[in-house]
Design a protein around this ligand. Structure first.
Ligand code: FAD
Length: 516
């Protein structure tokens, strides 16, 4: 062992002794050195977007390089600090404490230098264009940098202030997924530090087991320090269309029609319009004047509506009349008469549309509040029953927040990754349903929040029995995880034994226990 490495290890040992053995848990390293930039201001690391779970770590590591992470993990995996766990924290936009580590160490990935290098394929070259980006960088940073080169990733999330490593650990889905698959289907290579502290570059052809384990792996197998992501030519503008419906069958049939036209359509999503508030919140970023006057309450019962949104990319370099494309596609749709709206926005504004919702919610004091969210993958054959189940369990008038619903195609998912879809293999179409509820602490105090969480449990229980799976899963018992992974459990547990055998990583997911 080199002298520098020995000294760094000795420093970690003293730091960990100070952190985990001293009653006052003060931190002081030998000779005043803190080579790994540990600190104990743990406030942000004990919180996330969900504001439901709050577990304080004992320390924070702000790494400057993958070597810092490797040093810590190789030390812990070979030491007698049997209780210490480690969680990477990207943007902290988990809901149920997934990036927290009770009494452990949280690694703040935003401390790593944000490196974004675009490699644009030259004229006539057979290779692809791609970007190398740090695991702690945000998707918005990647968008801004890649657009400078006229390029952009193919698959997105709706909200861009999430980290690369954080979404690649869960899947990463938006309205492009029907065409290009989730974000984890658009990765060429990863740099990972495993739970044993090994630094590995992996891809479909090199250390492929680690590559597929980490993608959708809920942070269980290693920490992503860099990702190589496919790029395509970015359009300058987007034609963005919204169409309203008053029955679920026509709505879902039209969504399925749209995803059968990948040569024309670039994005398909949709949402349920439950009440006035949900209609208003969805119009913040969509610059059209709606002459849509829904009657949410008619004939003594409440009524809901559905809205499809689709988009067509507009490239100045391509000789395609996108107005004509929109006309041709829209002509085949069966929305409510005259309830179809088209706007043109820049590609950047389109991708960053949720930022406007965020700003509006922030100004209303409705962003930094508890979010009892629930996301499910529902096979096409069960989607009507699932929507019935939702309406049995929520009150449409009182629900605050969007309910997203849109189809994706199973064969766009790489089967080797750690993420699981519902088993109903004969359903090529799978719906993602996101109940993205906000609670206002004044109108929904702690016991009300507990009731909403119980409601979520009822919905997930009944839906899972009918073959649905949670997306960004949260289970509080080993049995729940066992059933979530189903026939994939042995593969998942085997990967854990291989890459993080003593269970150091991502304790906040609650899947495995730390072993000594
Ligand atoms: P964190 O919350 O910091 O971490 C999540 C998990 O990943 C933890 O287990 C953590 O330990 C692990 N992790 C973090 N970084 C790394 C790393 N570098 N290497 C290994 N493991 C790591 N999801 C979608 O798919 N589509 C959407 O449209 C979408 N929209 C969202 C909008 C909002 C407002 C919010 C709050 C969430 C949304 N999500 C969406 C969910 C989001 O993608 C996940 O919660 C994601 O994990 C958050 O990324 P993060 O960087 O905040 O991760």
């Amino acid at each position: 062992m080199e002298i520098a490495q020995f000294c760094a290890r000795a420093n970690i040992l003293v730091l960990l002794l100070a952190l985990f053995c001293s009653p006052c848990k003060f931190i002081q390293s030998p000779m005043g050195l803190d080579p790994l930039n540990f600190h104990q201001n743990t406030n942000t690391a004990s919180m996330d977007f969900g504001r439901i779970h709050f577990s304080s770590p004992s320390a924070i590591l702000r790494p400057k390089s993958p070597a810092d992470i490797s040093l810590l993990l190789s030390f812990l995996s070979g030491s007698s600090f049997s209780e210490v766990t480690v969680a990477a924290r990207g943007a902290g936009h988990s809901i149920y404490g997934q990036a927290q580590a009770l009494d452990g160490i949280v690694i703040e990935m935003d401390a790593m230098p944000s490196n974004i290098e675009v490699h644009r394929k030259g004229e006539g070259e057979v290779d692809v264009s791609y970007v190398d980006v740090s695991g702690g960088a945000l998707w918005i940073e990647l968008l801004e940098e890649s657009l400078k080169h006229g390029m952009a990733p193919r698959s997105w999330t709706d909200y861009l202030y999430l980290s690369i490593g954080g979404t690649l650990s869960i899947g990463g889905i938006s309205g492009q997924a029907f065409k290009y698959g989730p974000q984890i289907s658009n990765v060429l290579q990863l740099d990972v530090v495993t739970g044993k502290g090994e630094v590995v570059t992996c891809s479909p052809t090199k250390s492929s087991e680690l590559f597929y384990s980490v993608l959708g792996g809920l942070g269980q197998f290693g920490i992503i320090t860099s990702a190589r992501i496919l790029l395509q030519e970015a359009p300058e503008k987007v034609k963005w269309v919204r169409a309203f419906y008053d029955d679920i069958q026509t709505f879902t049939q039209d969504q399925e029609l749209l995803i059968s036209m990948p040569n024309l359509v670039d994005y398909v999503e949709g949402f349920i319009v439950l009440n006035d508030q949900s209609l208003n919140s969805f119009t913040t970023a969509f610059p059209a004047h709606l002459h849509f006057a829904p009657e949410f309450h008619s004939e003594g019962r409440s009524k809901v509506y559905y809205c499809i949104e689709y988009a067509v990319h507009d490239h100045s370099s391509k000789d395609i009349d996108t107005d004509q494309v929109v006309e041709e596609v829209s002509r085949q749709m069966r929305n409510l008469p005259s309830q179809l709206y088209t706007v043109e926005v820049s590609y950047y504004d389109f991708l960053n549309r949720v930022r406007m919702e965020e700003m509006s919610l922030r100004s209303a004091g409705l962003w930094e509040v508890p979010h009892p969210w629930l996301n499910m993958f529902v096979p096409k054959s069960g989607i009507s029953e699932f929507i019935d189940l939702l309406f049995e369990n929520i009150s449409a008038e009182e629900f605050e927040g969007p309910v997203l619903i849109y189809p994706v195609l199973r064969d766009k998912w790489e089967r080797n990754t750690s993420m699981v879809l519902p088993d109903a293999a004969d359903d090529q179409v799978v719906y993602i349903v996101g109940m993205l509820r906000s609670t206002n602490q004044d109108s929904c105090p702690a016991d009300c929040l507990q009731n909403l969480l119980q409601t979520n449990l009822r919905i997930t229980g009944a839906a899972s029995d009918a073959g649905a799976k949670q997306y960004i899963p949260h289970h509080s018992s080993p049995a729940g995880w066992f059933s979530h992974f189903g026939r994939h459990w042995n593969r998942f547990a085997g990967r854990k034994a291989q890459f993080d055998p003593i269970g150091i990583l991502a304790p906040g997911q609650g899947i495995f226990s730390r072993r000594s």
